[in-house]
Design a protein around this ligand. Structure first.
Ligand SMILES: *Cc1c(COP(=O)(O)O)cnc(C)c1O
Length: 444
């Protein structure tokens, strides 16, 4: 079956079978027989097309997509500019390996990253394939530059699934359990989690800095890396002042301050980068997910003197900065600008906040509503307490899926529903999807 996706797909929720339908179940049976069990799936439908706010499955169901493949298709699935750019590139050449024979697309993406990331200092970029690979390389470069080993990460952090980034990630199940040993020299300190710690940003930062000084010491510390809003950990936005205080300490102590904007970057939060909300200027920033409209690409961008400290041949990878992915990234960045997607992200955040603030007045199991722009979440708790309510969270995701709405969960305690729609979703479809989540909460 050949189905054209993109914005021409009808923007509707339409169920013609139960979820998953027979063809989806057939694919799941093949998947279970052929694909390693460790590769789990959140919603077992066989996707045949996607566009803006919807995913269409092999049974002909059209589901509202509030996850965007985990914050990747911010410009919408098969966004027209991305499709055109990739089609043109795929007919020209598919691969050379940039470190063998270079091409313009890679350089143009690096120029764009240098221009768009926070700060107006001189920058350099390097491209890779995945978020984890970008994080690994940022740490590599910071160590090379500082000639120190230590890395500080935070509670609830998520940085990926490779060996180093697994060790940097906080949550054991499912990311780390049984997969050790992990890379050494990684120290975890307290983050700022306003809903649960009640601390002002400066006070939470003081706790973290004391831990850093006592457990590592600046003389041994290469880098501090943090997500400006923690993603998998539960969309935890630190209290105001936390990030600037950590950055200030890092700068004063010769420690490279890295923002992992793999999930928050590229317009997701209503700013091109989440660092912009508090005017934080990191020494390095990692990007991926929303960067290339769904093609695999990631980047590390940083101060020229730090980035250039690594010798030629020290950075790279066979596929890193693949020409198709670079063409897609340039078209994606053009789309964010041409379609005012930052404004749309802000509006999406307002709508989500409005819907759940209303519900919170009558249902105190909605403990917290947080995030920014099109990266919003609700944290669910037991009535009358702050005890995490993972059972309710799972029930909501299940109910929503059965009603044709894909929502993702997250959080260290598994009690957070996160909303990451395409920035191009219509207000009508977004509200319809949110109403299903509201119904799901009422039904549970
Ligand atoms: C998803 C994510 C990663 C890992 O990216 P992959 O492309 O899955 O390797 C790293 N950091 C953050 C903040 C993420 O959200």
């Amino acid at each position: 079956m050949s189905v054209i996706g993109g914005p021409s797909l009808p923007q509707e929720r339409k169920l013609v079978t139960s979820i998953p339908g027979p063809k989806s179940q057939e694919l799941m049976a093949r998947k279970n027989a052929a694909v390693a069990s460790g590769v789990g799936v959140a919603l077992p439908i066989a996707v045949v097309a996607g566009g803006d706010g919807v995913l269409v499955d092999a049974d002909g169901n059209s589901l509202i997509d509030l996850g965007s493949g985990i914050a990747v298709t911010g410009v919408g699935n098969s966004a027209p500019r991305v499709v055109e750019a990739v089609q043109q590139q795929v007919a020209q050449f598919t691969h050379t390996c940039f470190t063998v024979t270079p091409y313009e697309g890679y350089v143009a993406v690096a120029e764009k990253l240098n221009e768009l990331t926070p700060g107006d200092h001189e920058k350099r970029s390097a491209l890779f394939n995945s978020g984890a690979e970008a994080v690994e390389n940022a740490i590599k470069i910071a160590r090379h530059y500082t000639k120190k080993n230590g890395v500080v990460v935070f509670d609830h952090a998520y940085h990926g699934r490779t060996n180093l980034t697994m060790g940097m990630t906080a949550k054991n199940m499912p990311y780390k359990d049984g997969f050790g040993p992990f890379a050494p020299e990684v120290t975890r300190v307290q983050t700022s989690y306003p809903y649960r710690d009640g601390l002002a940003g400066a006070d939470a930062a003081a706790v973290a800095i004391t831990e850093i000084e006592k457990q590592v010491g600046a003389a041994n510390l290469a880098a501090i890396i943090i997500e400006p809003i923690q993603g998998e950990g539960g969309f935890i936005a630190p209290a105001e002042g936390f990030l600037p205080a950590i950055q200030k300490w890092a700068t004063e102590n010769g420690v490279v301050f890295i923002l992992d904007e793999v999930q928050t970057g590229f317009g997701r939060t209503g700013q091109m980068f989440a660092a912009n909300f508090e005017g934080v200027v990191p020494d390095m920033v990692t990007t991926a997910k929303g960067i290339a409209g769904g093609l695999p690409l990631s980047g590390v961008t940083g101060r020229a003197e730090i980035m250039d400290s690594a010798h030629a041949g020290g950075l790279g990878g066979t596929y890193a900065g693949n020409p198709l992915a670079c063409a897609a990234a340039l078209a994606t960045i053009e789309t964010y600008e041409a379609e005012n997607l930052l404004e749309k992200a802000t509006k999406i955040g307002e709508t989500i906040t409005e819907v759940f603030s209303n519900l919170q007045k009558t249902d105190d199991r909605i403990g917290d509503i947080r995030g920014r722009g099109a990266m919003m979440a609700i944290e669910l708790v037991e009535s009358g307490s702050k005890t995490p309510n993972a059972a309710l969270t799972g029930a909501i995701a299940k109910y929503a899926a059965e009603q044709g709405v894909l929502v993702l969960t997250c959080g260290t305690y598994g009690n957070v529903i996160r909303f990451l729609p395409a920035l191009t979703i219509s207000d009508e479809l977004l509200r319809e999807g949110l109403q299903v989540v509201v119904d799901a909460i009422a039904a549970n």
